[in-house]
Design a protein around this ligand. Structure first.
Ligand code: IVH
Length: 702
């Protein structure tokens, strides 16, 4: 059985069949996740299966079965650990996947509780639910959730977790006779990465994410192994409790009446309680909490997959009660998926400007982490081997926020026949020359300096925004020019005329004129941009600016001694050696000489003292990301972006959580504006652009 969750449409009699299939798929994956700690599919795919079954059950109640997995929690416990009966069942949470679903929950609440009831907003920690039993204040037993009624006894393993107190702090007074604290065992991202480094060094299997590592670590037969795994815990609930040794269930009264006070009590008793929570007065603030953490989830040192909203008043919680699987007084707001599965069609290799051959995955496009991903880097040969991804198989793709998408690994189907492993090509896909991997290095290179693939990348880099910023000189066009023999190196650009493009497809007269103008204009870039454009290994924007400011002219940089280069702040021995090596090459020197003859500026404009950069402009936007949309009065798009760059800012094409401001001109892109609104990115009227450049301050709204 596979994880195929695709919705099938068809005749009405397909519905019972699909429901049966969904039930068995859900049971299968539930078991892999909860009992075997070895999920085959990402949580988001699993959630999609459950939602589909729920929808079908709602539409066809007559087809819903009594033992449907939608009515159950977790999975049957394994037999490896002794069973532990939960006297108060450990329930799951209902999920909301959108603001509308969250609002629907609030609407249901409103029928039973006062309109603006206090809510506690918490993070939904991506770990494992754990029940900790304290008898007379002393840690006695730890159990997993299991199926909600019976869990597994993992006391010996949990006892190794330093953050979990061995006894309650006397600060809370006389310890209750029985106290069951519930919370989440998790592994921090740093601990996860450290564990995987150790696993790799020992030639052991790598864990795919912190949650699986935490689960695997807890399920060790030998607690000594668990002790080597840095596990952590957040307490978020009290389960069973009895104040005194009396037969009745509660045996006295619990000292507090609200959830927040319970959390504070737990903290005083010595349990870690997550500080990133908020007590709010109503639904709107709860939604704002969810949205905030949806944007900031990666600011935390551990993984969360949503937020949990709980009714604060414990008496109201009792009134609201629970369904068979989840309380009505709480809801989980789940963030959009960061992991999805898709088909790995092929692994191809791209050639960079240094000749480095980088394998990348060609995927069936999949929406993950907020965007559609069709290609993902695989870094190098070792990574492909380590991840054991094979073309023709379904793989897990992960995209966390603004981070580049990555292929995590194959979806493992036990017993299934696998396609053969991928092998690194031995010849360059661009020039057919040999690909070489030096012993001890992880990267593979095409060593042919005439390789057209490398040329294309070098020249496209020269024209890129951080270098000479030649609008209209994208990779595709450079590729056409290189392959038709019209462009061999960057100096050739400056001898281009309209005739150069004769007979080339994709170059209309108007765009040729624009391109020639852009090339012409690039002659006036400051030296540091030219240095970036030359593509000297290790020499990026910061190093180029430092060298340009320190030496002032291209000649001075080219003639400088290695020590003098290395002495520049922001440079160092590695960059210095690389610069010297680059200028030692007669081919490179010849290109620089031809650039000079073509009138390309070889000097860095003198900087005034104080906070000004190469162009003599105050760095009012240093380090800030300003996105422009629509037409601005007095600036072409290029001029606006250049003005931002000159002041130390960047102007990426799209709005993200890192955007400092969105400048909105005439006919703006609706998606950028709405995204900015959603992310809380300040929007600046295009008319105020000049003021923004000058002051580096956001205008007061209004
Ligand atoms: S409250 C009856 N609070 O999410 C309600 N659960 O999908 C008990 N979880 O089983 C859960 N963070 O393992 C609660 N702040 C939090 C949570 C949290 C993570 C987990 C927990 C639960 C699962 C439900």
């Amino acid at each position: 059985m596979g994880p195929d969750g695709g919705h099938r449409s068809g005749a009405a009699d397909a519905v019972p069949a699909r429901m049966a299939e969904l039930r068995s798929l859900i049971e299968y994956h539930n078991d892999r996740y909860h009992r075997l700690d070895d999920p085959e599919i990402p949580d988001a795919d699993f959630d999609a299966l459950v939602r589909e079954l729920r929808t079908l059950e709602a539409a066809h109640p007559e087809l819903a079965t009594a033992d449907s997995p939608t009515r159950e929690v977790g999975a049957t416990p394994s037999t490896q650990f002794a069973p532990v009966r939960h006297r108060v069942p450990m329930m799951s949470l209902d999920n909301a996947f959108s603001a509308a679903e969250l609002e629907a929950w609030a609407g249901r609440l409103a029928k039973h509780v006062p309109e603006r009831t206090t809510l506690v907003c918490e993070l939904k920690i991506d770990g494992l639910a754990m029940s900790l039993l304290y008898l007379d204040g002393v840690f006695a037993q730890a159990a997993t959730r299991g199926d909600g009624r019976t869990g597994e006894d993992v006391t010996a393993n949990v006892a190794t977790i330093g953050e979990i107190p061995g006894r309650l702090d006397p600060a809370v007074g006389t310890a209750p006779a029985v106290l069951e604290v519930r919370g989440e065992v998790y592994m921090s991202i740093a601990a996860f990465e450290d564990l995987n480094r150790r696993q790799q060094a020992a030639g052991e299997k790598l864990f795919v994410n912190p949650r699986n590592s935490a689960a695997g670590s807890l399920r060790q037969k030998d607690p000594a192994v668990t002790a080597t795994r840095a596990l952590s815990f957040w307490a978020y609930q009290v389960g069973e409790w009895r104040i005194a040794h009396e037969p009745d269930r509660h045996g006295g009264s619990w000292p507090v009446t609200s959830h927040e006070a319970t959390l504070e009590w737990l903290q005083r008793a010595g349990f870690p309680v997550n500080p990133e929570r908020r007590v709010v007065g109503g639904f709107d603030e709860a939604l704002a909490f969810c949205r905030y953490w949806e944007q900031h989830r990666h600011d935390l040192g551990y993984e969360i997959d949503g937020a949990v909203i709980k009714v604060d008043d414990l008496r109201l919680q009792d009134v609201l009660g629970a369904t068979s699987r989840a309380p009505r007084w709480a809801i989980a707001y789940k963030f959009p998926p960061e992991e999805r599965t898709t088909m790995l069609r092929a692994i191809e290799v791209s050639i960079g400007r240094t000749g480095k051959a980088t394998p990348f995955a060609v995927l069936d496009p999949v929406f993950v982490g907020g965007s559609t991903v069709a290609l993902a880097t695989l870094h190098n040969a070792d990574q492909v081997q380590l991840k054991d991804v094979r073309p023709g198989e379904t793989v897990i793709v992960r995209k966390a926020g603004d981070v580049i998408p990555e292929v995590v690994g194959p979806v493992r189907r036990p017993g299934g026949r696998r396609p053969p492993p991928w092998t690194f090509p031995t010849v360059c896909p661009s020039c057919g020359g040999p690909l070489v991997r030096l012993p001890g290095e992880s990267d593979t290179f095409c060593t042919n300096l005439d390789c057209p693939g490398q040329r294309v990348q070098r020249i496209a880099h020269f024209g890129s925004r951080s270098a000479m910023d030649i609008e209209g000189l994208g990779e595709q066009r450079v590729d056409l020019l290189v392959r038709s023999g019209r462009l061999l190196d960057v100096a050739d650009l400056y001898s281009f005329t309209a005739d150069t493009f004769a007979g080339l497809e994709g170059f209309a007269a108007r765009s040729v004129a624009n391109l020639l103008a852009a090339i012409g204009e690039s002659r006036h870039r400051p030296l540091h941009r030219l240095l970036v454009g030359l593509g000297v290994r290790h020499l990026g924007e910061v190093g180029s600016l430092a060298l340009a400011r320190a030496f002032g002219t291209m000649d001075a940089v080219a003639e400088a001694e290695e020590e003098a280069l290395a002495a520049v702040d922001g440079v160092g021995p590695v960059i210095a050696t690389s610069v010297v090596t680059w200028f030692a090459s007669p081919v490179n020197r010849a290109v620089v000489a031809r650039l000079g003859s073509a009138g390309v500026s070889m000097v860095e404009p003198v900087t005034a003292p104080g906070d000004v950069a190469g162009g003599g402009v105050p760095q009012s936007l240093a380090g800030r990301s300003v996105v422009v949309t629509g037409t601005l009065d007095g600036y072409t798009r290029e001029e606006a972006e250049a003005a931002i760059a000159e002041r130390g800012g960047t102007s990426p094409a799209g709005v993200s959580g890192k955007t400092w401001a969105l400048v909105v001109g005439a006919s703006p892109g609706a998606s950028k504006v709405s995204k900015a609104a959603r992310l809380g990115v300040p929007v600046v009227d295009g008319a105020r652009f000049s003021a923004l450049l000058e002051s580096g301050e956001l205008p007061e709204p209004g």
